[in-house]
Design a protein around this ligand. Sequence first.
Ligand SMILES: Nc1ncnc2c1ncn2[C@@H]1O[C@H](COP(=O)(O)OP(=O)(O)O)[C@@H](O)[C@H]1O
Ligand SMILES: [Mg+2]
Length: 391
Amino acid sequence: MKLNVAVFMGGQSCEHEISCITANQALKALDNEKYEIIPVYVAKNSDLYTGEKLFELKNYYDLDALCKDLDKVCLYKDGNKTYIRPIKGFFAKAQPIDVAFLAMHGTGGEDGSLQGFLELMDIPYTSSNVLGSAIGQDKVIMKEVLEMEDVPQLPWFYVFSNEIEDNIREIEETAKEISYPLIIKPANLGSSIGIEIVHKKSELLPKLKECARYDSKLVIEKMVTNLKEVNISVMGNVYDPKLSAIEEVMKNDELLSFKDKYESGGAKKGPAKKVPGASKGMASTSRKIPARLTKKQEETVRENAVKAFRGLNANGVVRIDYIIDGDTGKVYVNEINSIPGSLAFYLWKEVGVDFSKECDILIDNALKMYREKKKMTRSFDTNILSNYKEG
Ligand SMILES: Nc1ncnc2c1ncn2[C@@H]1O[C@H](COP(=O)(O)OP(=O)(O)O)[C@@H](O)[C@H]1O
Ligand SMILES: [Mg+2]
């Protein structure tokens, strides 16, 4: 019997198109001898669709036209199974879902929302759970957890967007302690969107206000000017995390931008209209593998990847990004990507795990963690209500 695997993609985030690329890479890698593959497209308005057209990336160039050729679907639970079924058509066939394979990035898909929906629907899924996903999405909470886990980070603090003007003197003081240049980031976005560089005190307030357009919480962090960026992927679960090769990311601008990451063709900054010219998503970024690191730096990267993965309640496949200060050689964890672009397959390939094998590992792990959870005692077989008297 084949396992029914629903591959989720799209969603409300600004990484919608990137998610479609990741999903299409996975759709090609998943072994169709083992799996009945059901692509599930989450439209920008959260309508769900499935259909054959989702197997070909060229069909995504016009998303509205694509939706017209797909079936709008719903998920429902019946007995021990959860099914996906077209909304229209009395005789439309329902298919059970055994596991959800998540190729979603950003808001809604990577932040615990979809994970919560799948928990409620009782479907095993390949990513971190609700808590792990939510921690990874909020840079402030993520940094606080990493701090507690003793993971090295650059000096940082945060402010609420609506308190900037009232507290500007205090903010300036703390900024001075950390010392310029600084970098400001919206707590909940990704892909370098909304990030500002502050070279001196007079720029602080206007740049904070600019960044405040994107989020209610802002991270202010020491900026490394001579930096090297390296990433490592971690796969598995908190009991047995495995490490990939380490990549060194090359960039063109002062910041690793959306353009560097996804549009190496040189389109304008921001999500491209067509599926980006570089149809390889994150796999198209220019990189060196293995990264050029000293033995000691490599050890620090590997050691802290495991610490971060476990501390942040991660699961499935994640990517942990580092900033290395070229002047001091010091290694700092920058962030976790709970569902990394291209599921970081290009890092696993380097250690002998091809994308098909990676998909198998992710599915096996999802089913294993689901069974583990089911073993936990969650409720007692009593009915308090049967003895309850109103009034
Ligand atoms: N402290 C820093 N010093 C120098 N560059 C930074 C720093 N923090 C981030 N960057 C640059 O900005 C990019 C995006 O920042 P990051 O924290 O990864 O946010 P995002 O979630 O948007 O990817 C990084 O890839 C890096 O190029
Ligand atoms: Mg990043």
